[in-house]
Design a protein around this ligand. Structure first.
Ligand code: GLN
Length: 305
């Protein structure tokens, strides 16, 4: 398998030159645009890896799948989906436009920034620190990596430049979708996006979803099968933002990308996959990671459709 992965990395690396690293969060601009790595964690406990699989990067939007699981466990479906919808948008992940035009007024889904900020506002905890530490501990548990922590530099960079997210959050407070202190809620959101991971961590989180919320090996059910099904469905319909339709046709695997360059993918009953390539396409998806998943899906027949 690792030979296969090496081949796929070698034949895909050229494409990283066709994209660009994100710079709207200034600290992300420091990434090496030609990095490309992959890790597969399968149900039998095997870990296969290749390329820059152990480079650390920030999880960014991939964290939205994890906060959604915790918010659903904390509040139940009715409360969460009263405040955030279930439909793809066709707009960019940070788009603001539909917040005012869609009725009832609420973000269309939890994978766009506005929806994810609502989800973060729903996490339980006595204050922002407890909310974030519950989320971090949950992430540590499902990835099996108790060392996960934030990249302070990226966190501060996003906090000082995240005015579009700030604007959305204040707007949503005005129309009654969000309650509480907006700066506290954004602190939780910016911190969750700044958690440092590598391809192995993402592959293990993907495997956890592929295995219906059970930690493989221990048999411990952490999240209900139903909640993991909701999350995987969002990954199919909204996980690659406004590129999700094409990704479903070309690759056919539930996946979630982040502007840090990661993609976390879950092949039901089979494996979790983590990829890293900080060079992004025009929709904000890792151009190299997309290509790796495309090649792998063809080679191993991974499409769920
Ligand atoms: N932290 C990023 C933001 O809010 C996450 C976006 C992303 O990964 N697409 O803009």
């Amino acid at each position: 398998m690792e030979n296969k992965l090496n081949n796929i990395i070698n034949k895909s690396r050229y494409i990283t030159k066709e994209g660009e690293v994100a710079t709207y969060i200034p600290s992300l601009g420091k990434a090496n645009s030609t990095d490309l790595g992959i890790c597969i964690a399968d149900m039998e406990g095997n870990i296969y890896k290749s390329g820059n699989y152990n480079k650390k990067f920030t999880i960014q939007s991939i964290s939205k799948t994890i906060s959604l699981m915790l918010a659903l466990m904390d509040n139940g479906k009715e409360v969460v989906f009263d405040k955030v919808g279930m439909e793809p948008t066709g707009d960019a992940f940070n788009s603001i436009i539909k917040l005012e035009t869609i009725m009832p007024s609420r973000p269309l889904n939890p994978m766009i920034n506005a929806g994810a900020i609502v989800v973060s506002s729903l996490l339980k905890g006595k204050d922002k620190d407890e909310k974030f530490s519950r989320l971090l501990n949950f992430m540590r548990k499902i990835s099996g990596n108790d060392k996960l922590d934030i990249d302070e530099d990226v966190y501060l960079s996003e906090k000082s430049t995240g005015d579009r997210n700030r604007a959305m959050a204040y707007f949503m407070k005005d129309v009654g979708i969000i309650e509480g202190d907006i700066e506290d809620i954004l602190e939780v959101y910016f911190k969750q996006c700044s958690i440092k991971v590598d391809c192995i961590d993402l592959a293990k989180i993907g495997l956890f979803l592929a295995n219906k919320g059970i930690i493989p090996g221990t048999g411990e059910q952490i999240v209900s099968e139903h909640i993991t099904r909701i999350v995987k469905t969002f990954m199919v319909t909204c996980g690659m933002y406004n590129g999700s339709g094409e990704f479903a046709i070309r690759v056919g695997i539930p996946a979630k990308s982040g502007v840090g360059g990661g993609i976390m993918a879950a092949v039901p009953h089979r494996m979790g996959i983590g990829t890293y390539g900080p060079s992004l396409d025009d929709k904000g998806n890792s151009i190299g990671g997309y290509k790796l998943l495309y090649e792998l899906s063809r080679e191993l027949n991974l499409s769920i459709f």
